[in-house]
Ligand binder design. Structure first.
Ligand SMILES: NC(=O)c1ccc[n+]([C@@H]2O[C@H](COP(=O)([O-])OP(=O)(O)OC[C@H]3O[C@@H](n4cnc5c(N)ncnc54)[C@H](OP(=O)(O)O)[C@@H]3O)[C@@H](O)[C@H]2O)c1
Length: 295
């Protein structure tokens, strides 16, 4: 199966490309230099030349504050860009696997969101991603839409200035010795390798549709930080920040935990608990550092 990964130098895209390559699939790694989602011509020309069987879109404009400042651009990339992909995938007879977000929900439910729950995005980012979902679902007959949450991976997140939450916490602990983290915002930290593994499993099925795709369980950002420090035996004073300690410029859901109901119902869920995945990530990180130090 020929696979085109869009956003292939991004945090998620890099691991997705590796996972499919390890699986023996030929992968076209497409970066922003190769394809512009907002341009129908760029999308149809690029994909038309490659003729992939599966198009995986990990690319997006996803800096929440930037989206709020530039709503037209955010809509052009996240919504119209998804429409462009859906049209090309349909014309090529390809499957489209598209990544969306927990920020399509407002957080008021207070228990894990399932695929059937009504979305109500609080931000431009969430609205444009939800529009993108609808364009994919309406325009590409063979589609998988995967909503994930609080992503972290080995490759830097390009839209958020490089450091993922794990690396940021370890850096701050080293520099300051005391770290304050919000304790009233609940998510499911999800490792990119885990999402990539789930994508490989899904790509082997024709169970098209909308899926929640996060690790199992949930925690606050404060609990996530505590687990990072415990697992790395980092000596640091960790303090819980209150709701007004870090003023937010854009409204975010305070509870955006997702339940992988559709994956589980179809016997396709491959995710492990978030803290087990974190431990795996930290073990691989320690091995990498050891290798880097020895060369
Ligand atoms: N990060 C999270 O916590 C989180 C949570 C839930 C869902 N998501 C979703 O997960 C996906 C992947 O996130 P990530 O952390 O891997 O992002 P990332 O590291 O910032 O990578 C995004 C990729 O998209 C490319 N890109 C941006 N605008 C583009 C455009 N107009 N046309 C073509 N390519 C474009 C970027 O290229 P350049 O940098 O060169 O522009 C980059 O390669 C996104 O869809 C995001 O909405 C993320």
């Amino acid at each position: 199966m020929k696979i085109a990964v869009i956003g292939a130098n991004g945090q998620l895209g890099s691991d997705v490309a590796v996972a499919f390559e390890k699986n023996g699939d030929p992968v076209f790694r497409l970066t922003h230099a190769d394809i512009e989602l907002a341009s129908p011509d760029s999308v149809s020309k690029c994909l038309g030349e490659l003729r992939p069987d599966l198009v995986i879109n990990t690319a997006a404009m996803h800096n929440v504050e930037k989206c709020e400042q530039e709503p037209e651009k955010a809509f052009a990339v996240n919504a119209i860009g998804s429409r462009n992909l859906a049209s090309s995938a349909r014309e090529l007879g390809a499957v489209l696997m598209h990544v969306s977000t927990d920020y399509v929900f407002d957080g008021s439910k207070g228990s894990p969101y399932e695929e059937g729950d009504t979305p109500r995005p609080l931000s431009v980012y969430g609205n444009t991603k939800l529009s993108g979902e609808f364009f994919v679902r309406a325009g590409a007959p063979k589609h998988f839409v995967l909503r994930s949450s609080a992503i972290y991976g080995t490759s830097p997140c390009r839209a958020k200035g490089g450091l993922n939450f794990v690396e940021l916490m370890l850096k701050l602990a080293k520099e300051r010795g005391e770290v304050r983290v919000v304790a009233n915002e609940f998510v499911t930290p999800t490792a990119t390798e885990e999402i990539a593994r789930q994508m490989v499993a899904l790509s082997r099925s024709d169970a098209y549709g909308l899926y929640h795709a996060t690790a199992e369980g949930s925690c606050s950002w404060y609990e996530f930080a505590r687990q990072i420090f415990e697992l790395t035996q980092t000596k640091v004073t960790l303090k819980a920040a209150g709701p007004n300690d870090f003023p937010v410029k854009v409204a975010r859901p305070l509870y955006s935990v997702l339940e992988n109901r559709a994956l589980k119902n179809r016997g396709l869920n491959t995710f492990m608990p978030w803290n087990a995945a974190l431990q795996k990530y930290l073990e691989r990180r320690a091995e990498r550092i050891k290798v880097e130090c020895s060369v």
